[in-house]
Each structure stands twice: as C-alpha cells, then as structure tokens.
Ligand binder design. Structure first.
Ligand SMILES: Nc1nc2c(ncn2[C@@H]2O[C@H](COP(=O)(O)OP(=O)(O)OP(=O)(O)O)[C@@H](O)[C@H]2O)c(=O)[nH]1
Ligand SMILES: [Mg+2]
Length: 194
C-alpha cells in the first residue's frame, strides 16, 4: 500500500445489496451529501483523476461504486444524500441501499463522513452520524473544499464541526490542493494494521 497510485481498479457499480462484491479486503466507505466531494476525495487518494465519476450535477449516482486499491483494500463510493430535486421514490431507494450497506458490510473498517467545510453539519449529516454511532460503526469526519475558505472561515468552520462531533477533530481536505490526503491515508493505514 506504500504506492497507492500504482494500482486502482473499478470493480462494480452495485444498485442492490446482492451485487456488493465479496473481496475479503478491508473496506473504506465515503459518505456524505450529494456534491460534497466524495468521488473527488476518492480520486485524490487513489491518485487517479477519473477513477470515480465526478459530476457537476448532484444526485446522479444512485449506486455503490466499489474500487480496489493495490489489491489490498477497497473503497466504496456511496451515493450522496440530501439533494432536494431527487424524486422521493429514488430518495427511498437510496436510503434502503445505504442502510443495507452499513448494516451488512462486514469488511467495512472505517467510514469517511464528508461535510462541506463552508456549511458544516446539516440535518441529514447529523442523522447519518447518529446512525453510525448507533450501529457501532467507526467514522472520521472530513471537511471538504477547504481551498474555498480563508483562514478565519477555516477556523470557524473547523470549530463548529468539532463542537458537534464530541470534540473529535475533522480532517480539512481539498481535492484542488491535495491538503489532508496524507492524514486520510494515515487513518486508512492505522485501521488496516490494527
Ligand atoms: N473547489 C473545490 N471543488 C471541489 C472539491 N471537491 C469536489 N469539488 C467539486 O464539487 C463537485 C462535486 O464533486 P463530486 O466529487 O462529484 O461530489 P460527490 O460527493 O461525489 O457527489 P455525488 O456523487 O453527486 O453525491 C464537482 O464539481 C467537483 O469538482 C474541492 O476540494 N475543492
Ligand atoms: Mg460521487
């Protein structure tokens, strides 16, 4: 895993739990609102620009996309929530797919909960947080798009995110500058060698 850029592979776009692949590798999930930057983060970590599809149109991905990295871990790019224009029946199918994933997935070792650094926690994010805690699922909060924040906005944003996360520090991340990628890789390595 020392050269994560070397080998990132797309496995499957699963639209139902029956399609979740059984690769027996430690898995990391990317969760968060639509458009928050999940696919962009995954691409930066993998060192491949267009591995996971980044879209300007929110709410497009309604599947769980699986990738292997150097044949040693898997990444699961989950569909984003909270996009108001998505029809209610699709929002429901999203919920059942993500619920099934988070309940069943034995190989899931750590989830990344992504929050827009400018917005912090929104209602749906807090619901997800409660849900992960109730399920006993470990997670790390990542504040995205911090390249858009100046120093004082950054300070305010991180403080507010931390305060609503039992004092746990979020990782500031930018897909534009690459800031935070090292810390996130460190968290991945720590969870796989535990
Ligand atoms: N400035 C800036 N823009 C970003 C960053 N990360 C993502 N974006 C932009 O935000 C938009 C959404 O990014 P995605 O990575 O597709 O977001 P997503 O969370 O995967 O979205 P869904 O798949 O729809 O849930 C794209 O236009 C990205 O280029 C970042 O760190 N900085
Ligand atoms: Mg995406």
């Amino acid at each position: 895993m020392s050269t994560p850029k070397a080998d990132a592979q797309f496995i499957i776009s699963a639209t139902s739990p029956a399609q979740f692949p059984n690769l027996r590798l430690p898995e990391f999930a990317f969760l968060g609102r639509s458009n928050v930057g999940k696919s962009s983060l995954l691409n930066v970590l993998a060192g491949v620009r267009k591995l996971a599809k980044v879209s300007a149109q929110p709410g497009r991905t309604q599947a769980v996309n699986f990738f292997t990295i150097s044949e040693s871990i898997t990444f699961a790019d989950l569909p984003g929530y909270g996009f108001a224009k998505v029809p209610i029946d699709i929002q429901k199918s999203w919920k059942s797919l993500v619920d099934a994933y988070l309940v069943q997935r034995e190989q899931l070792v750590l989830s990344f909960v992504l929050l827009d650094g400018r917005r912090g926690w929104m209602d749906k994010d807090l619901e997800l947080r409660e849900w992960l805690i109730r399920q006993g699922r470990p997670f790390l909060v990542v504040a995205t798009k911090v390249d858009k924040l100046n120093q004082s906005e950054m300070h305010r944003g991180m403080t507010s995110i931390r305060n609503q996360n039992d004092g746990s520090e979020p990782v500031p991340f930018s897909a534009v500058t690459g800031r935070g990628a090292r810390e996130i890789w460190q968290a991945i390595k720590t969870s796989t060698t535990r």
